[in-house]
Design a protein around this ligand. Structure first.
Ligand code: NAP
Length: 211
């Protein structure tokens, strides 16, 4: 992705998440963000070792990476990066964004993630620096109300004004937690995620022994 000769600024979405597993909610969110914010590309970055995770049984990064790769293969506007799963230690978003900023100094960068994750953003490492590097798009499940959060942010962090956007994504009624629980209970997960991902996790017996 290079700036073209007209000097057009390219817009890149960074889709950050654990993706354990990736499902249609994530894919619809990325596609809606691409269209709504006129993004040239959306780069999926599966988290390596999530810094805040309470779950200890997260699937190996390599498996989550493979599932994302399967899921995005038919969309030429989607791409994937192994940046976080190859990096040692906890996956601090600020470190990822510094690398991406160096690579694309003139692009408009948007970090797309779950709206619930964004509620915690001021507890992330170097949160204020993050807002110098990128804007945010919170992909919200139906019924999610960010107004209290945004009001608080406006009062406590006025410098971030206009840098947090929300996008309601009805397909986010699907959740990775629910898919894992369904597999464990032996319930169907077909049509909640791409068939290639369903076959992948079935072949490897993922989530069978976990709640
Ligand atoms: P999470 O706690 O697993 O997810 C929070 C909620 O957001 C869940 O409901 C999840 O649904 C949803 N979600 C997650 N990623 C999404 C996406 N890309 N699009 C739509 N919905 C999404 O959050 P996480 O995956 O660990 O973290 C999200 C991102 O924030 C990651 O890139 C992570 O590295 C970053 N983060 C950084 C820090 C830090 O730098 N200190 C701390 C926390 C998180 P599903 O379960 O269905 O996906």
């Amino acid at each position: 992705m290079k700036n073209d000769l007209t000097g057009k600024i390219h817009r890149l979405g960074i889709m950050g998440g654990t993706f354990d597993p990736i499902h249609y909610g994530h894919l619809v969110a990325a596609e809606m963000a691409r269209a709504e914010f006129k993004l040239d590309k959306v780069l999926f970055i599966p988290t390596g070792t999530p810094p805040h995770k309470k779950r200890r049984d997260i699937s190996a990064g390599k498996l989550r990476y493979e599932m994302v790769k399967c899921a995005i293969q038919d969309n030429s506007a989607f791409d994937i990066s192994a940046l976080e799963i190859e990096r040692e230690g906890p996956s601090y978003t600020v470190e990822t964004l510094r690398v991406l900023r160096r690579k694309w100094p003139n692009h408009e960068l948007y970090f797309i993630t779950g709206s619930d994750a964004l509620l915690e953003i001021f507890s992330w490492r170097e949160a204020e620096e993050i807002f110098n590097l990128i804007q945010f798009i919170g992909a919200a499940r139906p019924g999610f109300d960010a107004s209290d959060f945004l009001l608080k942010v406006q009062q406590e962090h006025p410098e971030t004004q206009g840098k947090i956007h929300y996008l309601e994504v009805p397909a986010l009624a699907i959740s990775s937690t629910d898919i894992r629980a369904r597999v464990q209970r032996g319930e169907p997960i077909r049509y909640l995620l791409p068939e290639s991902v369903r076959l992948f996790l079935e072949q490897r017996g993922l989530y069978k022994g976990k709640a």
